[in-house]
Design a protein around this ligand. Sequence first.
Ligand SMILES: Cc1cc2nc3c(=O)[nH]c(=O)nc-3n(C[C@H](O)[C@H](O)[C@H](O)COP(=O)(O)OP(=O)(O)OC[C@H]3O[C@@H](n4cnc5c(N)ncnc54)[C@H](O)[C@@H]3O)c2cc1C
Length: 552
Amino acid sequence: MKYIIIGGVAGGATAAARLRRIDEQSEIILLDKGSHISYANCGLPYYLGGVIPERDNLFVQNPHSFGERFNVKVRVEEEAIDIDTSAKVVTIKNRQGETYEETYDKLLLAPGAIPVLPPIPGVDNPGVFTFRTIADADALHQFIQDKKPSHATIVGGGLIGLEVAENLTLLGIKVLLVEREAQVLPMYDEEIVAPIHAKLKKQGIELRLSTSVVNISQDTNDLVVQCEKGEAVYTNLVLLAVGIKPQSSLAKKAKLALGARGGIRVNSFLQTSAEDVYAVGDAIEYPHPLTGEPWHCFLAGPANRQARIAADNMAVGNKITYEGSIGTAIAKVFDTNIAMTGLSEKQLVKQGIPYLTSTSHSASHAGYYPGSSMITTKLLFSPDEGKLLGAQCIGKEGVDKRIDQFALAIKLGASVEDLTKVEQAYAPPFSAAKDPVAIAGYVASNVQKGFMPNVTADKLHEIQEEGGIVVDVRSEKEFSHGAIPGAINIPLETLRDRVGELPKDRPIIVHCAIGMRGYLALRILEGNGYRNVFNLAGGYRTYSAFPHPTEK
Ligand SMILES: Cc1cc2nc3c(=O)[nH]c(=O)nc-3n(C[C@H](O)[C@H](O)[C@H](O)COP(=O)(O)OP(=O)(O)OC[C@H]3O[C@@H](n4cnc5c(N)ncnc54)[C@H](O)[C@@H]3O)c2cc1C
């Protein structure tokens, strides 16, 4: 058997190693048009900022060591330029520019993705960069060493834009971040991301939201960036990080079927429309398990997993199916971590899927043990069965382990009530006896079962305008430090005595700082015959994170 693999980083290198482990005798050729294979592209932003000081640490393997260990013919700087799927031949261009042909029995495509270039004048000016490969990182690194820039403009506030913004800031470079949407990390819901905006500003990063760059021109020593809104900015370098798209041009040329969104279409065995050709990673398009809609999951974990599955299916016949990725992702933004899994509220609205939400704030580990910090968790779940559809977390510590539990729960089809059955290892330095996952599960179950009807802060103004009364049950002192406009303060301890002050014929929204005292107040009012009572999801803390009508 002879295998050819096109693309030698996450998906390609994993598949080659797996193939060799299950098939010692076959011939395996691994092609990459770049100079390296099996490197940590996820580490590139941290190399730029000096957090990873040694460039060599980015290489998991080099072509020689990989070739020796796995008995694989590794050919770098060799680009597959054509595939004849009937004759089973790949045409390859080598580093000298010559072409040659190589036959295969089974072929794997793992060509990854390419950065999207915004269609604006000036993207090809010197000093304008993209950030995808080791060559891109080297070029930017060299530019910084040579030119010592003091100002950088990053176009795009997604994961890569933010990671590079942080690392340039660590180098003492002043950063302007321009994002077309009203928030950075547009895949998250706005109230979860709001603390990230505050964090970026605190670190000296200038944010321009809801605007796009329309022109990049060159001045004597600088680049000049013009946005739709605001004054032109003089800057020393521009990084374009507006998104990526699947590298599917070779597949298209070979007449392999592409999906609706332009990625390589594969079946559940990760097999393309040609029987002996498989594809994995950023290049493919696959149905989202929760929506059934085709989507691109540009993440390293799924690429590696798909590679293993595809390798097995190529070697021993189609036996293993891929169930799809729900997009579990995490980002570090200075000392804050933000993570999501499954569907966001925005995606649920777009898909027309009915849902409820809950928000909880809980300590990352026991509050009495030093170093504890708050994790905010938003859950999204089906109204009828409480099936978990999505989760988002933000905090300083322990965000990673919580999001992973939510991700597993979603993949197993669990409900929010099932979250209360998860057993977490607990001792004060690690968690609380009621872990944030359990608390999120309890809060969401209360919402789903109708024990705690809630409203989200973005709907509050509307309900107030329709006659709703906001009752703040925090202490007078807390109230005096900041309150929702129009709210009346009835501290929880006095509510039973003062309950008669509240009308029964108008909606009442109770709230406290994070939701717990609001829930108790709601139960007191319901126990006293009030029927139109809601708890404000996530309390004043979450309310403060939303942009409100007067601020918009
Ligand atoms: C800066 C950065 C940070 C990231 N951070 C994270 C993170 O924190 N977490 C996360 O989950 N994911 C992260 N990712 C995404 C993750 O790296 C990708 O999802 C993953 O690498 C995809 O694997 P792949 O094998 O599909 O493609 P890649 O790893 O991109 O490999 C594709 C390879 O194919 C080669 N190739 C393409 N066409 C040809 C051809 N015709 N002939 C020969 N070779 C070809 C390319 O040169 C490339 O080397 C990050 C990506 C970047 C760029």
